[in-house]
Structures are given as C-alpha cells and as structure tokens.
Write a protein that binds this ligand. Structure first.
Ligand SMILES: [Zn+2]
Length: 159
C-alpha cells in the first residue's frame, strides 16, 4: 500500500485496521483535521451519539474489533492527547458514561481500555483521547477472545 507511513499530528494510519478505515483516514489527513474534535466529528463520524455529557460523547465504533458484540467509544469533547492533561472531573465523568454504556448495552460483563500519547507506544490511530467499551460476542460460533493491542509492531515503526 502506498502512503504507508501517512500521518498527520492527529492520526497514525499505520495503526488503522481496515481498508475502508484507511481510506477515510487518508482524507482526514489531507484536510489536516483531528477526526474526534467536535467540529469534525459530524463530518467524518457517521455513527449516532448514544449519550452526551459535559465532557464526553458516547458513540459506536465505526470499525468494531473482531469478536465484539458491542464496541462503543467514549470521546473526550476537548482535544487532549495524554492522561496527565485530564482533569479529575473528566475522569469521573468517563466512568459515569461507561456505566451508562454498560446499562445501555445490558452487558453482563466486558472491558474498557484507553490509549494515550505517542502512537508507537499506544498503537492508537487517533491521538485525541477516547476510551473503548467492549463487550465480546462470546456466543458466536467461531468466537475468539477480543484483543486490545498496545504498542506498534516493530516493522511498522519508522526508526
Ligand atoms: Zn481532537
């Protein structure tokens, strides 16, 4: 694939998982936008918002991980990239919106995870802080456990 190491300050396409996702990300990179900032979210994110609080939005992941029954994203409404930028209130409201996600999906169990900072370390695609809420589809006939990767593969790193 050409544009292999295509990247802007908000997106690392090396960590994208699907071709359609890569195509969408390439357009966003060309525009120089952060896809998760509020003014761009409606432009690029076609999934409905399930809940909005003062600091967070809850929506479905357009590219859910394999083996998930529910894969939601809680997106911070201001542009921040590292954990130490978050306020205590933003932290508390993250747990509140994840609790809503649990009730909303009627999840008997699952997990949530959040990456931050340098995408070589996080293996995130979008650096704008967001948390993943994941309920695995354990009843699927070909089910395999859902895996959440942290850290980019050696061969995909630039140096
Ligand atoms: Zn942003």
């Amino acid at each position: 694939m050409k544009n292999k190491h295509m990247k802007n300050q908000y997106i690392d396409i090396d960590n994208a998982r699907e071709d359609e996702q890569r195509a969408v990300m390439q357009n966003i990179i060309k525009a120089g936008h952060c896809p998760f900032c509020m003014e761009n979210l409606q432009k690029y994110h076609t999934s409905p918002f399930l809940k909005e609080t003062k600091n967070w939005l809850l929506t479905t992941n357009r590219w859910p991980y394999p083996n998930t029954k529910h894969h939601l994203l809680a997106i911070l409404k201001t542009h921040k990239e590292i954990l130490s930028e978050l306020t205590a209130q933003e932290g508390a409201q993250l747990i509140e919106i994840l609790a809503f996600a649990q009730k909303h999906t009627n999840a008997p169990g699952g997990g949530f995870a959040m990456r931050f900072g340098d995408t070589d370390y996080s293996s995130g695609t979008i650096v704008h802080i967001h948390a993943h809420f994941i309920v695995p589809d354990i009843d699927a006939p070909d089910f395999e456990p859902t895996k959440f990767k942290i850290g980019k593969d050696k061969e995909k790193r630039k140096s």
